[in-house]
Design a binder for this molecule. Structure first.
Ligand code: GLP
Length: 324
């Protein structure tokens, strides 16, 4: 019964979503999945191929992997990594480079063979980039493809640096960054004008080939883009919506990032509710906004046609609810 209820509750969600109480618990679970993969591969004498992301989101995952290495002996000797992206141009030793980020948050603290680490090269000449990108794709293929790709999400809906307008079959390539993305990065660079305008990123097609894709998001700031990515129509305007086409994707969210989903934001559309004062007020205001009507003009039919029949029946007539 509980399962059936959940199916109904999540009927607007077009891909699997798992919600944790907080980013810490979510990060531990993702780290655990990566560690399990690494150990399974070790037992079979195989490499584990990881697609890695930067940004604030995965930091606690990397911290837990470091802890598992230092305290529980998890070895990364059989691990090969490919990072999603790098700014262009970018010197690897610059403070803002994704090379520095990965070294500081992960690679410097584990026993990975540095020859097994791959990050797009921000130092190439423009004309060298296409061949580099092709070789990056080939290298991923030659080691058997990505076993797990972890992703964050930008507020434009980008994954890696695949900004709005990216094609679903795009490969690794040079891209131009969206203005919002550059604004979000401004703090790291001491002002937006210092943020590179370009980046080299794996494509959506590259990400898609991973055997498992885990997108993580925390924080209320991500709630609206997460709603679009999970419940919206597939469109190049929100590149993360392409993930709805994958059979191997899972979104791992904290409660704040999930708060825009229908089951939390407008729960009356998907289930019976306990009509507290607060929920009633929220629903009535939502209905008035939706229909563009003053609250006192909302009718019984308005309630019934917009998932609020339960409220009308339990606490009606609706005129009294409106007045209240
Ligand atoms: C950058 C990275 C993305 C990352 C995004 C979100 O643009 N290229 O891979 O997902 O930022 O960053 P954060 O995790 O800091 O919110």
């Amino acid at each position: 019964m509980a399962r059936l209820n959940l199916l109904e509750e999540t009927r607007f969600e077009k891909l699997p979503v798992t919600i944790f109480k907080n980013p810490k618990e979510a990060s531990l679970s993702v780290a655990q999945r990566i560690a399990t993969l690494i150990k399974e591969k070790q037992q079979q004498n195989l490499n584990a191929v990881l697609g890695l992301a930067t940004g604030a989101t995965p930091i606690a995952v990397y911290a837990e992997l470091v802890r598992l290495h230092k305290e529980e002996g998890l070895s990364f000797k059989n691990v090969i990594t490919f990072n999603l992206d790098e700014y262009y141009p970018m010197q690897p030793n610059a403070a803002q480079s994704y090379v520095t980020f990965m070294n500081e948050n992960l690679f410097n603290h584990i026993d990975i063979d540095k020859n097994n680490v791959h990050i797009p090269d921000g130092t190439l000449n423009l004309e060298e980039i296409p061949a580099f990108c092709l070789a990056y794709e080939r290298k991923i293929e030659s080691v058997g493809g990505l076993d797990i790709q972890i992703l964050g999400i930008g507020r434009t809906g980008h994954i890696g640096f695949n900004e709005p307008g990216s094609a679903p079959n795009s490969g690794t390539r040079l891209v131009t960054l969206d203005d919002l993305t550059r604004r979000d990065a401004a703090r790291d660079f001491g002002g937006k004008s210092n943020v590179p305008t370009k980046a080299i990123t794996m494509g959506i097609g590259t990400i898609f080939k991973a055997k498992e894709i885990i997108l993580m998001a925390w924080n209320r700031k991500k709630a609206s883009i997460i709603k679009k990515a999970v419940e919206g129509e597939i469109s190049s305007e929100v590149p993360a919506t392409y993930l709805q086409l994958s059979d191997n994707v899972e979104f791992i969210l904290d409660q704040d990032a999930a708060s825009g989903l229908t089951r939390f934001n407008t729960p009356w559309l998907v289930k019976d509710c306990v009509w507290t004062e607060e929920l009633t007020r929220k629903a009535v205001i939502w209905l008035a906004n939706k229909l563009n009507k003053p609250i006192l003009k909302l009718t019984e039919d308005d309630f019934n046609n917009n998932g609020m029949a339960q409220l009308a029946t339990e606490q009606g007539p609706v005129y009294n609810i409106n007045i209240h």
